[in-house]
Design a protein around this ligand. Structure first.
Ligand code: AMP
Length: 129
């Protein structure tokens, strides 16, 4: 079971943003920018392009809903989209609020993000779904 499956199962806490029967969205615990959100399929698949076409299309549409809510909740120009997957072997899309290109720099993460601030951001995004 991957760490993200444990999060989806509620065995590990997360700052949940959104969920449906197939996907789960939650804040990245080491955000590159405030509001950095991960979208994951409930089905455990490591590499995103191993996901079958219909499921992948649904995942993008789910990510779009989350990104639309993020853009309403967080002042930003756009929501950036990235897939890395080098750390956690459970496919996920990174959604990051952007004011400038450097806001998507994975070498610079926010150290020890304040839990209360994270909780509020997750709630603000969820309220805009
Ligand atoms: P990557 O697999 O390279 O896309 O990176 C995995 C991402 O998952 C990183 O940005 C981590 O900060 C994030 N991450 C790892 N564990 C957790 C967790 N328990 N809760 C939220 N985000 C996590």
């Amino acid at each position: 079971m991957t760490i993200f499956s444990k999060i989806i199962a509620g065995e590990i806490p997360s700052y949940k943003v959104a969920e449906d029967d197939k996907f789960y969205a939650f804040l990245d615990i080491n955000p590159v920018n405030w509001g950095h959100t991960l979208v994951v399929p409930k089905q455990e698949v490591d590499y995103i392009f191993d996901i079958d076409d219909d499921q992948l299309a649904d995942m993008i549409v789910f990510a779009k809903k989350v990104a639309t809510a993020m853009k309403k909740a967080i002042p930003c120009r756009k929501i950036g989209v990235t897939v890395l997957g080098l750390e956690v072997p459970h496919a996920h899309i990174h959604l990051v609020p952007l004011q400038k290109e450097g806001d998507m720099d994975f070498k610079h993460k926010i150290d020890n993000p304040d839990p209360e601030k994270m909780k509020k951001i997750a709630a603000d995004i969820a309220a805009n779904l």
